[in-house]
Design a protein around this ligand. Structure first.
Ligand code: ADP
Ligand code: MG
Length: 438
């Protein structure tokens, strides 16, 4: 990385950092491809990427919270693991202790570090004042709005005077105006040098948030996560959404985010990416066939071709909200993505124009060809004389691959798709799946 070219020592440096999750079949899913990344003092870095691409996993490894599967993280040139680095993390979910008051929440990390009561109290009051929580010291989290809760989250993170402040989608649970206010306040603390923090690393899926805040924006690609593009933001603060330079940068980043091919990869890397992609096809985007049908109809109406950004605008959606539906259509071979444009395939066109029976036929063929889980479910049901299995059977299989929540959502999605494809029927009362005989 470029410690040579900048002449500045990075605070944190990741070299060939990778993350795998083991699979029951002895294979492993690669979530993060070998990645080099450095955090330099004086910068706000934004890590941008679609949901599920590996941003939080990367953040946890950089903080030392989660071990790397391969590669290393260095803090001031020393491998993490020995001494715990001085970092703190602000989470999207606020993660406050509900039984503690505001000031007790803010003091908690100091108490954990053995700071004496008087000193603890003094430092907590100072930071509470700085983040605009003055007067709320003895309130409980449940009495606070989302914005005030996250101010507590920020205060609690800053009270330990972290060298690097990590934030994982800190504003995405807040309404738009509150999020904007809190971003402004964060910038004020940072630019006004009111905090000793030397770098901020913020994970987000919001392009505009990244451009408002960051000096450097790293765009992650997925399957497995890798650095897809990097942007330097050379604009004075405060940055105005309407400035041409702002709009142009958002557009460039947007194109980088949606580009699905990997023109920069060597043939060997591409092989690895494709292999990982096939494994990750195990994972279903959480969408309903009806939603995808709507998207394909709109596209067919527009001549089979549209800019995703424009399409999202027309639907008053954030691009991010549209992506799972787009992913579903791409996974099923009904849509292609090229440079941020969605292009309907001949199957997609036939689907959009077909009646319900034709749609089901196309959908059925598409899931059997492209979705290993549904193929597996069909085969398992076929293997039973009575063509029936409890849904729990599949839940257990999925539990091996995913967290409990995720495996439940995977199964719900698979059941919705399978019913629409008329592969099987699901009886919610008995929790049983029965193969549809055709
Ligand atoms: P992001 O923060 O970008 O939304 P995450 O880092 O949380 O993404 O997750 C990246 C990917 O890793 C997801 O596809 C998720 O399902 C997968 N993943 C996370 N934890 C585990 C785990 N314990 N086992 C298997 N896969 C996991
Ligand atoms: Mg995350």
């Amino acid at each position: 990385m470029s410690s040579v070219s900048t002449g500045v020592e990075p605070i944190i440096e990741a070299r060939k950092l990778e993350k795998f999750y083991p699979q029951p079949d002895g294979n492993r899913i690669q979530v993060i491809a070998p990645t080099d990344l450095a955090i330099y003092p004086g910068q706000i870095i934004a890590l941008l990427g679609p949901s599920g691409c590996g941003k939080s996993t990367m953040l946890r490894m950089l903080t030392g919270l989660s071990p790397a599967s391969s590669g290393s993280v260095y803090w001031h040139g020393q491998p993490v693991g020995g001494e715990t680095p001085n970092v703190s993390i602000v989470f999207q979910s606020f993660a406050l202790f509900p039984w503690m008051t505001v000031i007790e929440n803010v003091e908690a990390p100091l108490e954990a570090r053995g700071v004496a009561e008087f000193e603890r109290h003094k430092r907590a009051l100072r930071i509470i004042d700085a983040v605009g929580l003055d007067g709320f010291e003895s309130a409980y989290p449940k009495e606070l709005s989302g914005g005030m809760k996250q101010r507590v989250g920020v205060a609690r993170a800053l009270v330990v005077e972290p060298e690097v402040l990590f934030m994982d989608e800190p504003f995405s649970a807040l309404d738009v105006l509150t999020a904007e206010t809190l971003r402004g306040e964060l910038l004020e603390l940072w630019l006004g040098k009111k905090i000793p923090t030397r770098a901020i690393f913020i994970v987000t899926h919001n392009i505009e948030e990244a451009v408002v805040l960051a000096d450097r924006i790293i765009v992650l690609g997925r399957n497995p996560a890798h650095i897809h593009a990097e942007f330097t933001v050379d604009m004075a603060h405060p940055r105005d959404h309407k400035e041409p330079q702002f709009v142009e940068l958002v557009d460039q980043i947007y194109r980088a985010l949606t580009r699905q091919d990997h023109p920069e990869a060597t043939p060997a890397e591409l092989q690895g990416i494709l292999a990982a992609k096939q494994k990750r096809a195990l994972m279903l985007p959480h969408t309903r066939p009806g939603g995808m049908a709507g998207l394909l109809e709109i596209l067919a109406d527009q001549g089979g071709h549209a800019d995703l950004h424009v399409l999202a605008d027309e639907l008053s959606l954030e691009v991010d909200a549209l992506l799972p539906t787009v992913d579903t259509a791409v996974l099923l071979g009904l849509l292609k993505l090229e440079e941020g444009d969605a292009i309907i395939t001949p199957d997609g066109e036939a689907f959009a124009k077909g009646d319900i029976q034709e749609r089901k036929k196309i959908f059925r063929a598409a899931v059997l060809a492209n979705v290993p889980l549904l193929r597996q479910m069909e085969q398992a049901l076929k293997a039973k004389a009575n063509r029936t299995l409890p849904a729990e059977f599949f839940q257990d299989l999925l539990d091996e691959h995913f967290s409990e929540d995720e495996s439940r959502r995977q199964l719900e999605t698979a059941i919705q798709w399978g019913r629409y494809a008329e592969l099987f029927d699901y009886d919610a009362a008995s929790g049983k799946l029965t193969l549809t005989e055709i």
